[in-house]
Ligand binder design. Sequence first.
Ligand code: CP
Length: 317
Amino acid sequence: MVSPATTERPWTRKDFLGIRGLERWELERLLDTAAAFKEVGTREIKKVPALRGRTLVNFFVEPSTRTRTSFELAAHRLSADVINISATQSSLTKGETLKDTARNLEALLADIIVLRHPSAGASQFLAERLQASVINAGDGAHEHPTQALLDVFTIREKLGRVEGLHVVILGDILFSRVARSNLHLLLALGARVTLCGPSTLVPREFEVLGCTVTHDLDAVLPEADVINLLRVQHERQRKEYFPSLAEYTVLFGLTKQRAARLKPGCLVMHPGPINRGVEIDSEVADGLQSVILEQVTNGLAARMAVLYLCAGAQGVR
Ligand code: CP
């Protein structure tokens, strides 16, 4: 039986809506619990009975490959029953509200609803109205908290610590929920964070959060312990923020020439989906410093930790 980290302080949150606002001990508990669950993935039978008898609904109103599959596998590894619903399969297309759809899922005795939605605050909205646990799998440009957990878990696993590291997050920060969740988590754990990209997509206003903003990638590259790349999120942009993708690559792409200037131990990360040849050169994406697929693998343990802790807190409050 896996024995996730235990301390005297009980976990009381039934929902996991964002990184911002969580206390440091909660963030560390999540990471430590994920570390305990990672061991399950090394067993011949990759399963524990922690959520036997519970039902999880994966409700994805936006496309997803990694997050949806990862939550499904994480739930299976915890022995939960899983149902997947996408926007096109649901009665949202017939005019039903998100709240009514979710309340119907709860009436079918769903214990956990994992929600991806294009609107910021959608998961918070449901969490305030449902007894079921609500887990944010990405809400608009607001937060993607399990992505940040798996990213920081990977950094901690590969480099042995988070505190004191210099993490550069590069790309479309303005529209990125991944950037926001990573920023909150990295700063909370004592990392130094630099946001880099075009001035239209990386406004100076982010500095009030406690990070540094730069538009000079070549200056910051050799100083990074970790570089986390983001794709340009055209689906959330309502105008053009730079002249062309080719110019973006020239100024902000992690090309082979730029990758050669990274520290030897610098981790190259990307939450996916990657756009090869745009924000990252194809060989760099598959290169020795890339931990992109290890991030995906670690997503399973991170999501098992979130499901385990939140399900355990149902009815606590
Ligand atoms: N990183 C991430 O959220 O990927 P998906 O959109 O495929 O879930």
